[in-house]
Ligand binder design. Structure first.
Ligand SMILES: Nc1nc(=O)c2c([nH]1)NC[C@@H]1CN(c3ccc(C(=O)N[C@@H](CCC(=O)O)C(=O)O)cc3)CN21
Ligand SMILES: CC(C)C(=O)C(=O)O
Length: 399
């Protein structure tokens, strides 16, 4: 074991890692008298701790499960156990390899490749535009970064509605080509036979999705909350019960009044994962971009629903970094010598000087080091040459 690791690992960190390994979140505290023995300590440091992946480890392509360092994968049995033990289930969406790594290292239980991909990553106005091929492409990338969480993928618009045979074929592709562990299928009781076939004929874990169903944007005339009157509330309950009977292992409840979501959760044996459904569900899900505060750009802001709490301001930080970068390039403040690390030794430079002269007829003496170069200055009135503030950049972008 690396001695640096030994020094930096407090007992507290080890206990945190123990919880991480058990995959049970806060409730899974180690026994009070638990002291990591030498072997446990090594086991934790070697490959299990989210904070001690070496750079090699993070970027290597080895899949979890193939080596002695494997992380134990969360399965639907763990989800069921969390539900039985009333441990809230935490789900987040991801659409790319780095997003999946971040979600996985934060020890969320379920990563969902949502069809919100269409809106938050591909720039469409609804989820209806994302294809099965788009989903497969993104799901594979997420699968490479998702080592521990249960990986679910949304079945996009039109892939399960046409027939049970189509649904079985498309779900098979999502598992085989997308590398998802299970799928989420939107729809009420009419989708029950399809879900039943996926679960019982194909043996694939299916999460249902009721309440606001973004794929029904057209028929509903927008993204509208569901269950705001007694008949819709009863319809939601009927749908939820039918999907449970069909074999769904959990249900997303989207944009429903909190008291209704709590009532439905009470009526079910399977867990509910809420989004805009209050605190009475068995778990929560949010879209990655919403919770990280990446939806501040005017293009995104139009699809940020009221229920989204921002847990970070990543969008503002990314924007600040990009504006700083651009300004530094425009003002020739980047790159400085320390970011131009490759050397051409003096002797080689002189030899090159002779070749340069042969090839160009010019002497190398005329070439000055970039730092002392007399560079043409941009007109200071040019909008791109000044140190633009965030607001001004937004203005430039829009105009
Ligand atoms: N960024 C993002 N976050 C999401 O949660 C999300 C997406 N995109 N795209 C796919 C679906 C669509 N979702 C949405 C989109 C809009 C509203 C919305 O505008 N809701 C209104 C409520 C409307 C009503 O009262 O009926 C709101 O004000 O929150 C809700 C969910 C949830 N999903
Ligand atoms: C919002 C979640 C539940 C979803 O379905 C999606 O991201 O597409």
């Amino acid at each position: 074991m690396d001695t640096t690791m030994r020094r930096v690992c407090s007992r507290w960190q080890l206990l945190e890692h123990w919880r991480y390994l058990r995959g049970l979140g806060e409730r899974a505290a180690a026994p009070r008298d638990w002291q990591p023995g030498r072997n446990q300590f090594r086991y934790l440091i070697r490959g299990q701790s989210p904070n001690h992946f070496s750079p090699n480890r993070v970027y290597c392509t080895k899949q979890a499960g193939n080596s002695e360092n494997h992380l134990r994968r969360i399965t639907i049995r763990d989800i069921q156990r969390m539900h039985e033990e009333r441990v809230p289930i935490c789900m987040v969406t991801a659409y790319s390899y780095p997003q999946a790594l971040h979600a996985d290292l934060a020890a969320v239980d379920i990563v969902l490749v949502g069809d919100s991909l269409a809106m938050v990553e591909l720039g469409h106005d609804t989820t209806q535009f994302v294809t099965l091929d788009d989903m497969l492409h993104h799901c594979r990338a997420v699968a490479r970064g998702c080592r521990r969480a249960l990986l679910l993928a949304d079945m996009p618009f039109g892939t399960c509605e046409t027939s049970t045979a189509d649904a079985l074929r498309n779900v098979t592709r999502m598992i085989q080509e997308g590398h998802a562990h299970g799928v989420k299928i939107e729809g009420g009781k009419r989708m029950a036979p399809v879900i039943e076939a996926c679960v019982h004929s194909l043996g694939v874990a299916v999460m249902g999705h009721v309440g606001l169903r973004p794929q029904s944007y057209s028929a509903r005339g927008g993204f509208r909350a569901f269950g705001t009157n007694a008949s819709e509330a009863a319809e939601l309950l009927e749908d939820a019960l039918a999907l449970q009977e069909a074999g769904a292992f959990a249900l997303v409840l989207e944009c429903v009044p909190a008291r209704l979501a709590t009532a439905v959760t009470t009526a079910l044996r399977i867990p509910t994962i809420g989004i805009g459904a209050g605190g009475g569900t068995s778990g929560q899900v949010l879209v990655y971009h919403d919770l990280c505060g990446m939806m501040t750009h005017p293009h995104h802001a139009k699809v940020t629903p009221k229920f989204c709490k921002r847990f970070a301001e990543a969008g503002a930080e990314i924007h600040r970094g990009l504006v700083d970068y651009r300004t530094a390039v425009k003002q020739r403040r980047f790159p400085t010598a320390s970011y131009a690390p490759y050397q051409l030794p003096d002797a080689e430079w002189e030899r090159f000087g002779r070749l340069f002269e042969q090839l160009t007829g010019q002497g190398l003496q005329s070439i000055s080091a970039p730092e002392d170069a007399q560079t043409e200055r941009l007109d200071p009135k040019h909008p791109l040459s000044k140190d633009t503030s965030t607001d001004e950049t937004e203005y430039l972008y829009r105009s």
